[in-house]
Write a protein that binds this ligand. Structure first.
Ligand SMILES: Cc1cc2nc3c(=O)[nH]c(=O)nc-3n(C[C@H](O)[C@H](O)[C@H](O)COP(=O)(O)OP(=O)(O)OC[C@H]3O[C@@H](n4cnc5c(N)ncnc54)[C@H](O)[C@@H]3O)c2cc1C
Length: 417
């Protein structure tokens, strides 16, 4: 039997419709499906979730083969599609301030009062105070970034007979991206009848291996694949300054470039919190706000954090939980569970991070699947990656929509290979 509609509803507001916010909203919808006392509202400046892990493919999909509008279908998952059959209301707006004391969120067009709040607003590039990097370095955080980078690479080959693209950072994003950039250059050179050998892709990395600290074996696999494509990697090389057409390495060596793409790291966005004087919340080195083990703020227990904003230490490794989609989804689940438990006066659950596993695509139908006990690379790794994408779409979309997003992604991205 459905509960009767209460006169005064309570509001659960979720800020950010990324991996964490979408999961939290869907799970809360399931927990509270017949409890009409609660209204679930998700606020985002966009009307879609950005599927970040496919951005590097979107940024290197040839313009002639796939126009910008179609690229959008591969990395933008519409909130209408996600929440169509749920009670979640989506409000498109930019969050300006969060007033924790009075329980209000101030957006560019509306003020929303909350009884429970989930903050899941994601991250921004971390420039590590490198001079001018924010001015001259392109980053890959959104659909717009992807389209801009693609246009720049296509322009480079159309207008010049040679060129150099520097990718700052040989972590997950840089490694995945470098090979795809090479592929786009190859297609563009063929189209404009230019010599591919005159265009260089150079990765610059401060550490001594790919995906620093993960595994020597993985670094070797990536190195061999990228070297075969002619991609050069400069290890132990820190970018210490940047200009319009160059970078400075280790404070002494100038390397000229036509395009600088920065994939060197992210940090949490600075949460726009209104707090009383002296009531600042503790943040870690990546600007993540420190939370209690149940993922809420000790000073404001009805306020929860999830995803890249969350500062929490893994009780096993004693290191901060990494900023990944898997963790964001897992935290979204915990937050929904704990809000429901709070509503039902049950004790809250302590957060447990997901088991360590990664899939690293390295161009074409080749990916590396990694867990501390298993490493698989090649076509089988690529299949696991495709299965993981499908699993994600099925977890947030109705069946036919999930299949439609997945097949569109595959159809378009296979044109890159
Ligand atoms: C290029 C790239 C590739 C990646 N590949 C992988 C991968 O293969 N595997 C993996 O595990 N992780 C990957 N990651 C990391 C992963 O995407 C993030 O850790 C994850 O997206 C974090 O989820 P989130 O919900 O915290 O934030 P996000 O998914 O970034 O969502 C934040 C949401 O908040 C909204 N928002 C922000 N500010 C405001 C505001 N002021 N007002 C309104 N809305 C706002 C944004 O529009 C966005 O929708 C990748 C990241 C990038 C950039």
């Amino acid at each position: 039997m459905k509960s009767k509609i209460p006169e005064e509803k309570k509001h659960i507001i979720i800020l950010g419709g990324g991996f964490a916010g979408v999961r939290a909203a869907l799970d809360l919808n399931n927990y509270l499906h017949d409890d009409l006392e609660y209204e679930i509202i998700l606020v985002d400046r966009k009307d879609y979730q950005t599927f970040n892990s496919a951005l590097y493919e979107a940024a290197t999909t040839e313009h002639r083969l796939v126009e910008a509008k179609k690229v959008k279908h591969t990395v933008a998952i519409s909130f209408d599609d996600i929440f169509k059959r749920t009670r979640v209301k989506v409000f498109k707006g930019y969050v300006d301030r969060i007033d924790l004391i009075n329980g209000k969120v101030i957006t560019d067009s509306r003020i929303l009062a909350f009884d429970y709040l989930v903050i899941a607003m994601g991250s921004v590039p971390d420039y590590y105070d490198i001079p001018n990097l924010d001015k001259y370095g392109f980053t890959l955080k959104s659909l717009e970034d992807a389209i801009m980078i693609r246009n720049r690479i296509e322009d480079l080959v159309a207008k010049k007979d040679s060129g150099c693209i520097i990718i700052g950072g040989a972590g997950f994003a840089g490694t995945e991206f470098a090979g795809e950039v090479h592929n786009l250059l190859k297609h563009e050179c063929a189209h404009h009848q230019k010599d591919l050998n005159n265009y260089k892709v150079v990765m610059v990395e401060g550490g001594t291996s790919y995906l620093s600290g993960l595994s020597e074996k993985i670094s070797a696999i990536i190195g061999s694949r990228l070297t075969t494509m002619g991609i050069e990697t400069r290890f132990s090389s820190l970018i210490t300054d940047t200009g319009k057409d160059h970078v400075i390495l280790n404070m002494k060596e100038r390397v000229d470039c036509d395009l600088l793409i920065w994939t060197g790291g992210v940090r949490s966005i600075r949460l726009p919190l209104d707090l009383p004087a002296g009531g600042e919340l503790e943040r870690d080195k990546k600007d993540r706000t420190i939370v209690a083990t149940a993922l809420n703020l000790s000073q404001y227990p009805r306020v929860f954090l999830a995803g890249d904003n969350t500062g929490i230490v893994d009780p096993v490794t004693k290191k901060p939980v990494p900023q990944t989609a898997q963790e964001a989804i897992n935290q979204g689940k915990y937050v929904a569970k704990n809000i429901y438990r709070m509503i039902k006066d049950k004790p809250l659950l302590s957060y447990h991070p997901v088991a360590l596993r990664f899939i690293i695509p390295v161009t074409g139908k080749f990916a590396i699947f990694y867990t501390p006990s298993v490493i698989m690379s090649g076509f089988s790794g690529w299949l696991i990656r495709k299965a993981a994408d499908l699993r994600y779409f099925l977890s947030i979309l109705p069946f036919t929509k999930a299949i439609s997003y997945w097949t569109t992604e595959n159809r378009i991205f296979m044109k890159n290979d």
